[in-house]
Design a protein around this ligand. Structure first.
Ligand SMILES: [Mg+2]
Length: 359
């Protein structure tokens, strides 16, 4: 079998505006998403969610290759990251090749990688909202739906964020798992460590990206001072090798990686990273909540949750359907019983919302 082409369908829809922490430009009402299709000479296709990619670079790497040579393709792409625009593409390409293998073999991707479990607890990973009351309402909504874990993305204001964490713990009681994501906002050690102690007081499960992700020196100092586990490396480039360097520097306790993140390397890169973490006896947490993330999380021994971004409508294009948005009444995510990732597409919706096709 040979790869004969690559297509990327880009769509845009009205999701409504939202913002992240203070200092980051708010997002307008329009959201964009994409679907990558890898085409083959026997008619089978591999699909993955994606963003815009450099289609000429991707085609150069893929056309004429055997789509089952995933490791060869991965290594070739990785060797080109420093001189190409493939950093955004390596994740979706690798995911689409796994989807194709799933369709060939009639099995879901997580079974092909080696399933650890068939379902996994999801945590509700919030957007930033305007007021403490809105956070409490958001928490009520998702606790009522069955979630047993919540991660806050908040404003980045030391005192107010600490108050938010206190109020949320007061509301949930001790049985709900809580995490806090600082999105690298605290650049002074004294701020980051003060906030970490506030999270410890409220028995938070992890403290994500407390300071600039390149500052491994201060991360290591924080990790040594704080009892709460630091979750790090979500935004660093360098995939498995960066994870190894972060661990050996003592920069944190949990490594974040995601199959669609730039420079993390898709399912193949995430599994390499997870196995490095396993060797060190630490958790590998999956960053992001699309369908490849769910399949990866189901196959990794040393992970505990699937990240479901909420509200769901903020992140999922209505024309691309899969199991990642379906959390059951006990707070678990589970894949559909379909080959590959089980992605379904409403092509009429895609046509109506298309902003272009790369091929
Ligand atoms: Mg994060």
């Amino acid at each position: 079998m040979k790869i004969t082409g690559v297509k990327v369908h880009l769509v845009e829809w009205n999701r409504g505006p939202y913002h992240w922490r203070d200092g980051i430009k708010p997002n307008g009402p329009l959201a964009q998403a994409g679907l990558m299709r890898i085409l083959t000479d026997d008619g089978l296709e591999g699909w993955s969610p994606c963003g815009a990619v450099d289609i000429e670079e991707v085609k150069y790497q893929l056309i004429g290759q055997d789509p089952l040579d995933r490791e060869l393709i991965w290594q070739n792409m990785w060797r080109n990251l420093r001189t190409s625009n493939l950093g955004q593409a390596i994740g979706p390409v690798d995911c689409a090749l796994w989807d194709l293998f799933g369709k060939m073999s009639g099995l879901p991707v997580y079974k092909l990688i080696g399933a650890m479990r068939d379902r996994i607890p999801a945590y509700a990973s919030t957007v930033t909202v305007d007021s403490l009351q809105e956070y409490m309402d958001l928490a009520d909504t998702y606790l009522e739906k069955g979630y047993k874990a919540i991660k806050l993305h908040a404003w980045g204001r030391l005192q107010q964020d600490a108050e938010l964490c206190r109020e949320l713990r007061k509301k949930t009681g001790d049985d709900i798992v809580l995490m806090y994501d600082a999105s690298s906002m605290f650049n002074l050690y004294e701020d980051a460590v003060w906030f970490g102690h506030r999270l410890e007081e409220q028995n938070f499960f992890w403290y994500e990206e407390p300071i600039d992700h390149f500052n491994m020196t201060v991360l290591a100092r924080l990790a040594a001072e704080l009892k709460i586990p630091l979750a790090i490396a979500e935004a660093t480039h360098g995939g498995p090798w960066d994870a190894l360097a972060q661990i050996r520097a003592g920069a944190g306790d949990i490594i974040l990686t995601g199959p669609l993140d730039p420079y993390k390397g898709g399912i193949t890169g995430v599994m390499k990273t997870a196995h490095i973490c396993e060797g060190y006896g630490i958790m590998c947490a999956i960053h992001g909540g699309a369908i490849p993330h769910l399949h990866a999380a189901l196959a990794i021994y040393n992970t505990k949750f699937f990240e479901r971004l909420v509200p769901e409508t903020y992140y999922s294009a209505p024309g691309f359907m899969d199991a990642s948005t379906e959390i059951d009444s006990e707070g678990f995510a589970r894949p559909w019983d379909k080959p590959g990732f089980g992605i379904e597409v409403d092509w009429e919706w895609v046509k109506k919302h298309s902003i272009g096709t790369l091929e």
